[in-house]
Structure formats: structure tokens, C-alpha cells
Write a protein that binds this ligand. Sequence first.
Ligand SMILES: NC(=O)C1=CN([C@@H]2O[C@H](COP(=O)(O)OP(=O)(O)OC[C@H]3O[C@@H](n4cnc5c(N)ncnc54)[C@H](OP(=O)(O)O)[C@@H]3O)[C@@H](O)[C@H]2O)C=CC1
Ligand SMILES: CC(=O)N[C@@H](CCC(=O)OP(=O)(O)O)C(=O)O
Length: 341
Amino acid sequence: MVKTVIFGASGYTGAELVKLVSQHPKLTLNGLYVSPNSLDADKDIAELHPGLSHLKGHKVKATAAHELVYIAKENDVILLATPHEASHDWTASLLGSNAVVYDLSAAFRLSDTNAYQTHYGFTHQHSELLAQATYGLAEHFANDIANASLIALPGCYPTASLMALMPLVDANVLCQSTLPVINATSGVSGAGRKASLANSYCEVSLQAYGVFTHRHTPEIAQYLNREVIFTPHLGNFKRGILATITAKLTPGVSQADIDALYTACYARCPLIRFQSKPTRVDDVANTPFCDLYWQVQASNNHIIITSAIDNVLKGAASQAIQCVNLRNGWDVTTGLLGALS
Ligand SMILES: NC(=O)C1=CN([C@@H]2O[C@H](COP(=O)(O)OP(=O)(O)OC[C@H]3O[C@@H](n4cnc5c(N)ncnc54)[C@H](OP(=O)(O)O)[C@@H]3O)[C@@H](O)[C@H]2O)C=CC1
Ligand SMILES: CC(=O)N[C@@H](CCC(=O)OP(=O)(O)O)C(=O)O
């Protein structure tokens, strides 16, 4: 069995990772960690997440920075479901042995160190790790992921957006002079488990936020190699993201062309599903799938694509497990579909 540890195990994505690792046929849970001064240190995971009561006996431990090198030596898979700064500070100590680091934060997603000061408010100290990191967008970078030692999982909105737009950019069917427009709504779990006024039950109402400033705009732009207009919205539901994307096509591109293009791109991708009607959050919540729907309006060369994912699964934890599977040469769905049928 492949020994696996999870940092940030008490959070939303951490708890999903605990569940996914525990049901994975080739992984074994070998340690759960929270922050050095966490109020949850030494609590049982079943106490923190009653939905994980069947895993009673797994306690979360406070991380001690001086133990990181040892933890990495003793394990094969390190999953970081931690804030960006914690991943940034700890990853160098976790690399260097045989363990592979899968980081769910944004600490290693962007290639430009300066972007971290602008968009994340901290100074990035590890340009060498940014150069080394592989982006964990599983369906698009499978070969790179298979050989990587540091995998930077995409953000939730970038996952939904890039799954829709990358095939079109790669096939060069988007008009160069018009920016794709992405409007996406996320459930509240996207903001993490920590209490805040903006995310409290009575305060949440469907609303745009981060207008022209959201930190996922440069992430999406970097991997598309072109600018986009991205506007996130907060919705009053727990989990899921629906991205509705409008883009201008080059003249003459038809519905049949786009059908063929997506079909070819995702032919061997069992976790990408095509829908004949606009996609719905309820169909992907609690699943590792990304659902796509598209419609071309030939009269004015436009396409609308709708992309739906579960933000804590395909947008984070289950995509991390896809990467673990790819990195170990296992079927990409291993451990992900068992409880669904
Ligand atoms: N929620 C989502 O939909 C998505 C989240 N992500 C990213 O995944 C990561 C985890 O997100 P999420 O699960 O939502 O967050 P949560 O706030 O729900 O959980 C964060 C976890 O990290 C621990 N933690 C907090 N501060 C530190 C610290 N300084 N050092 C180490 N551990 C710490 C917390 O426990 P404690 O404070 O008790 O130590 C908790 O276990 C983040 O980087 C987030 O940006 C990515 C994609 C989607
Ligand atoms: C609803 C909500 O608040 N969502 C989060 C995005 C969550 C995510 O993907 O986070 P990272 O890129 O930080 O890992 C936000 O907009 O900040």
C-alpha cells in the first residue's frame, strides 16, 4: 500500500481527501495534520467530521516544522490541503525524498513570483519550485503529472473554466480580438471552513465578487495563454460551481466542428461528461465529474459553454486523487467511482 499523509485534514478539502484516501484500494492513511497551533490538534477526525465516523481512531496532529523532512521520508504521497502560505513555507522541506507532493493551494500554480505579491499578498521565496511544479489539471497534463515530484492542483474556478476553454484554444478556433467571458457561481464551501461574516448563513445571497480582481483570472489566463474576463459569484448553496462561458469563434466554425473537437479531446477521459442540456450543479455535487454542454450560434460566430463541477472534489480533492493515480500509473478513476453507483 502507498503511504499517504494529509495536511489540513480538518478543512473541507482535507476531509474529502481523508474520505477518498480511506476508500482507495492502493492508498493507506498514515497521518493527518493540522496547523502547529491548531485548536483541533489531537482531536479524532470523527469528532471534527461526523460524516467520517467510520474512520474513528484517526487523530489529527499538530504539524511540527522540524518533523517535515522525516514525514516525507516515511511516506509516499503528501497531500497539502493547507492555506497558500503554509504550502509555500513547507513544500521545500517535503521534497527531496521519494515522496510526491500534491498541493491543493495556489502556492505553486503561477509561474511569475511577482504575481504572488499582487494577487495573494505574500512574497514568493521559491522561484525554483515554481519552475519545478507541474499543473495538476488532470485531463490536460497527464504525461507531465506522471513524472512530477511537485503537483500544483488548479483552483476550483480555473478547473471548470479550463476544461471548457482549453480544447478551443488548443484547436485555435477562438477569435483573437475578443476575450472569452466567464461568469461562474460557486457554493459557499469554496471559501473554506473557517467562519466569516461574508460566508455566514444569513449573509449569503447570490452576488458577484472580485470584479476584475479575482486571483483566478491570472491563473486561467496563464494556462490558456490569453486574457479572459472572469467574474465569480457566490451562491447560497453548499457545494458546486457552474461556469457559463461566452466566446467568439473564428468565422465558419460550426456546431459539428465543436462537437468533433470536444469528442476528440476528451475521448479517453471518463470523468468528463457531455450533457445534451445546460449542465447543473446538482448533477455533479459529491461526484468527481466535470459536466460540459455547448451550443454554437452560427449566425454571429458565438459559442456558449456551461461547465459544472463539485468545487471540493473535481475542483480540489478528487482531482488530486486523479493526479495520484496518474503519477502511480493506475487507472485515473481508481478509488473515485466506487460509492457513486
Ligand atoms: N474549498 C475549495 O473549494 C477549494 C480549496 N482550495 C484550496 O485548498 C486549500 C484548503 O482549502 P479548504 O479545505 O477550503 O480550507 P479550510 O479552511 O476548510 O481548511 C484549511 C485547513 O488547513 C489548516 N490550516 C489552517 N491554517 C494553517 C496553517 N497556517 N498551517 C497549516 N495548516 C493550516 C486548517 O486547520 P487548523 O486551522 O485547525 O490548523 C484546516 O485543516 C486552500 O489552499 C484552498 O485555497 C482549492 C480548490 C477548491
Ligand atoms: C466561494 C469562494 O470564496 N471561493 C474561493 C475560491 C476557492 C479556490 O479554488 O481556492 P484557491 O485558488 O484559493 O485554492 C474564492 O473565491 O476565493
